[in-house]
Ligand binder design. Sequence first.
Ligand SMILES: [Zn+2]
Length: 719
Amino acid sequence: MSANPFLEPSFEIRWSQLRPELIEPAIAAALARAQSAIDAIAARDLAALTYDHTFLALERATEELNVAWGKVAHLQSVADSPPVREAHNRMLPPVSAFYAKIPLNAELWRRLKTFAGSPAAAELRGIHRRFLEETVADFRQAGADLSPEQRARLEALQSELAQLTQKYAENVLDATNAWQLIVEDEASLRGVPAHARAAARQNAGRKGYGSSEKPAWRFTLQAPSQEAVMTYAEDENLRRWMWSAIVAVGSLEPYANAGLIQRILARRAEKAALLGRPHFADLVLERRMAKNGARALSFIEDLQLRAQAAFARECRELEEFKAQQTVGPAGPLKAWEVGYWAERFRQARYAFDEEALRPYFPMERVIAGMFELAHRVFGLRIAERPTSCRSLLADDSTRAAEGSRASTLLQDGQRGDPVEVWYPEVKFYDMHDARGRHVGSFYADWHPREAKRGGAWMNYLITGGPQPDGTRAPHLGVICGNLTPPVDGRPALLTHREAETIFHEFGHLLHHLLGEVEIKSLNGVNVAWDFVELPSQIMENWCWERESLDLFARHHETGAPIPAELFAKMKAAKNFRAACAIMRQVQLAKMDLLLHLRTGEFLEGDIEARARAVVADAMIPTEPPARTIVKRFTHVFADPVGYASGYYSYKWAEVLDADAFTRFRREGLFNPQVGAEFVEHILSRGNSAEPMELYRRFMGREPDLNALLTRCGLRTSPD
Ligand SMILES: [Zn+2]
């Protein structure tokens, strides 16, 4: 093995030695070794193939590269710097090209296919059978079986799709940025919150509008700016201008997307046909839990049907509320009134300030409570290890300031030698299961820094699990976020949503760390897209139950639990206009699926009119009618695949987590037996079987979407 630390397989990663200038040589060496391992498989004697030197050899071929590239990508996420970014961006094209070329390697495919059809392959069982089937499906889906001419056409389609979707995304971005609203009369900003006004004034100043004597406010179509106006501005003209601009994004030259949509849909349909599928939705979904477009569509239509009555009632209630407030006749709202009146209605019904919950979510307590929950439910013991930061990645001034904190981490009965981390406040934990096995370890990096990307995520650095010799190696993962930091010696006080985020990422982490899958590429979160959020989202449920909240949500000064009245408001506010929220997602998911199932209907004529016709019954009735987002639907059109045919997954995953959680609600929130079954059938299994099969083993049946409707208050639970 090389002395390059990026290529060291060690569990204890020496972050301070992962210097940017070592990235390129490490990745280049790993790429070369991976390529020669693949060449060796492709050169095997066709008459003497074994499972070990075909499929398993392919799995091993990329392992070193996977781990090394994982470290590079991780560094770029948590300790970005110009040299790290430069090295990452320089190596990204060869790395992507390497992975993309594997299924198109004809000699390699011939060996895999030959072995897959042999009597020895028919003998494979369990995880090895699954691995063989999944690999063959990966190759077929990527076009391995096509003739050279067809493959050339597929490659041409891919590159055309990349360009068309790139252009669509640019049009949305450019049209969004091309519009502004300059307000010079402060009176017309009545209702707009102070922080949004301040941001608009600062924005105006930066663009050269207004002065200290004659101030101006600049609003844009970026989400925080437009939402502040559409939700709060009392001035109807302001909202009407803003609405007209929002719905024009992607509609007007030079940023018009209608033609691009039709070309993207046509290319996707051709790609599906080339690969022998009736339409693009089936191509995308055949290996997801939904299996095909028709099933995903019937799921969404079923949800629509069941939410329909509550949706109609919520629309009517809002119309009545407005009529009563304005002393006018009830009738459909104008398209630019919905957000505004919904917010007034919410305030009238629930005077609930989310900030009031913060004192009950001190971060340390939330995390300690979550570990206690993991102990009660899953039998896990999680212990913090002392850390040290020698990293060159944290800049000098921060290290000097944080140095004292780093050294004080070595205290309080923590075991073992310090573990090196990339930044002083990063924590490290060992996780043991009920049998006392060290199942894995993880880093936690929770607060924002300039050199760290936004959002929250889980990632894995090492995949352990069962080894061919019968032992088991621990897994190594990382959970990150950008949560409220501690200020002036006060503990970090989180919002309820932030507490949920910690639980969510911890769920993804458990999926990796508890994995008992011998084939690494099938471990943990390497599962179908519409299944991967089950372990994470189910954890969020414990943030909404009185009994579990009392474990970790305690006032940071008094230790008191959340008062009953505040808890009731928090629950009620969550379900306010729940059917409208569901119907919004139904509308988008249905439009996405129909565009890719009945593509022919959308290739001519006015795309907006045709898209609207198929989802109008899922839209809030307004005057003038609201528009669909088809011309600015970046989830679906900004990437060759992205969320195309997959938007339904948001709701699908919610159904899974709400439904699976009913077992804990019924049999006990801390029931260790249910917890053990969840580990046994879901968390430890990765992609070792069909997700629906895993789900059935845990629930004893297929998912039932009533659980979601019950959870958001649209249905009374029978139990
Ligand atoms: Zn997630």
